[in-house]
Design a protein around this ligand. Structure first.
Ligand code: PMV
Length: 323
C-alpha cells in the first residue's frame, strides 16, 4: 500500500582502510557516521518529478548529473507517478565522507517507502548504486552499503554480489575528521589510479595486496580492541596510498598535525586528492581538533560506538526530521 509521504535516511561514512583497492576486489573496512542524509518523498499531481537538495533543485532526466542520477533512482524503484523528493545532508560534499551515497540511500528509501515497499538492506544498497554510477563511473559499492547499514563493515566486491561482514567493535573508536579544504573528485582519482595501474601493474597490485593485509590486521585489531595497533595500520595505509599518488601536501600536513597532537594514526579517507583525513585518538580527539583549528583546518569528532546501531534508532541530541 502506498503512503502520503515516504521517508529515508542514509549514513555518512569513513573508510578506515582499503579505499581504491576495494574497486579491484580487495577487502576494505568502513564505519558509518552519525552524520548523513535524510529524504522525504511526496506525490505530485503531474510531472516531471523533482528533486530538491537544500537550495538545489533539478528535474528528473534534466541534462545535469543530478537529474540523471535522480532519474536512475526513479527507474530502480519503479516509481512511475510524478514525485517531489526533498533531501538534506550535513556531510561535506566531495570530501570522502560518502555524501553522494548517503543521499542516494536516503532518496531510495524515501521512494520505496512512499510506495509502501519494504526492501532488504542489500536490495536498497544495490538500487542506490545506480545513482553512484552516474557520479563515480565504477563504484565498488562500499559507499552505498555502509550508507544503508551504518556500523562497521568489512566489504569485498565480487562478481556474484558483495561479501559483507558486520564487525562487532570491541572498544569505542574516537576519530577526529579534518578537512584539507580541497574538494576532490572520486571519479578523477579512481580514473587516475586506473591509468597508473595500466602503466605499472605489478607495483599497483603489490600495493593492493599490502593494503589487503592491513585490512586483515585491522579487523583483528578492531576485534581485540587494540587501538595502538590499529593506529599503526592507519599510518601504514597512508604510506601505501601516498605511493599510489593519492595523497597531497595538504593531506600529509593534516596527518602530521594529528600525529604531533597525539593521534595513534592518521590517513586520507575515501578518494583522496584532497577531501578529509581521519585520525584515531587514544581517548579524547580534542587535542587533534585544536591543532587543526590553530592551523586553519576545519574538523569534527566522530565516536564510533562498539554496538552496531540499528538503522531506525535515531540519535541522541538530534532529531532526524527534515528541517
Ligand atoms: O570518495 P568517496 O567517499 O566516494 O569514497 C570512494 C572510495 C573508493 O574506494 C575510492 C571508490 C569506490 O568506489 O570504492
Amino acid at each position: 500500500m502506498g503512503k502520503e509521504r515516504g521517508h529515508g535516511r542514509g549514513f555518512g561514512k569513513v573508510i578506515l582502510l582499503g579505499e581504491h583497492s576495494v574497486v579491484y576486489g580487495h577487502p576494505a573496512l568502513a564505519v558509518g557516521l552519525d552524520r548523513g542524509a535524510l529524504a522525504e518523498a511526496t506525490h505530485l499531481d503531474d510531472g516531471p518529478s523533482q528533486l530538491s537538495i537544500g537550495s538545489w533543485s533539478t528535474e528528473a532526466d534534466s541534462e545535469s548529473d543530478l537529474g540523471l542520477a535522480f532519474a536512475a533512482l526513479l527507474r530502480e524503484t519503479a516509481t512511475t507517478r510524478a514525485v517531489h523528493v526533498r533531501a538534506q545532508t550535513d556531510l561535506l560534499a566531495s570530501a570522502g565522507l560518502g555524501c553522494s551515497a548517503a543521499l542516494a540511500v536516503a532518496i531510495t528509501r524515501a521512494l520505496l517507502s512512499l510506495r509502501g515497499i519494504e526492501a532488504t538492506q542489500a536490495d536498497i544498497a544495490a538500487r542506490a548504486l545506480a545513482w553512484e554510477k552516474v557520479f563515480h563511473g565504477n563504484p565498488s559499492g562500499i559507499d552505498t552499503n555502509i550508507a544503508t547499514r551504518g556500523g562497521c563493515l568489512l566489504f569485498e566486491r565480487a562478481h556474484d554480489g558483495p561479501r559483507i561482514e558486520a564487525l562487532p567493535i570491541r572498544a569505542p573508536l574516537h576519530l577526529a575528521i579534518g578537512y584539507t579544504g580541497q574538494p576532490a573528485s572520486t571519479r578523477a582519482m579512481v580514473e587516475g589510479l586506473a591509468r597508473l595501474r595500466a602503466r605499472k601493474p605489478e607495483m599497483v597490485e603489490k600495493s593492493f595486496e599490502d593494503l589487503s593485509s592491513l585490512v586483515g590486521n585491522a579487523k583483528l585489531a578492531l576485534l581485540a580492541g587494540d587501538l595502538v595497533g590499529l593506529g599503526q595500520l592507519l599510518d601504514l595505509g597512508q604510506m601505501l596510498l601516498s605511493g599510489l599518488m593519492l595523497s597531497t601536501p595538504e593531506i600529509e600536513r593534516v596527518c602530521k598535525l594529528a600525529r604531533d597532537a597525539g593521534a595513534l594514526g592518521a590517513k586520507l579517507t575515501g578518494g583522496g586528492g584532497g577531501g578529509c583525513v581521519i585520525a584515531l585518538a587514544e581517548s579524547s580527539p580534542e587535542p587533534i581538533l585544536d591543532a587543526w583549528a590553530q592551523a586553519g583546518f576545519s574538523s569534527f569528532a566522530a565516536e564510533i560506538a562498539p554496538a552496531t546501531r540499528p538503522i531506525d534508532a535515531g540519535r541522541e541530541g538530534k532529531e532526524w526530521t527534515l528541517r
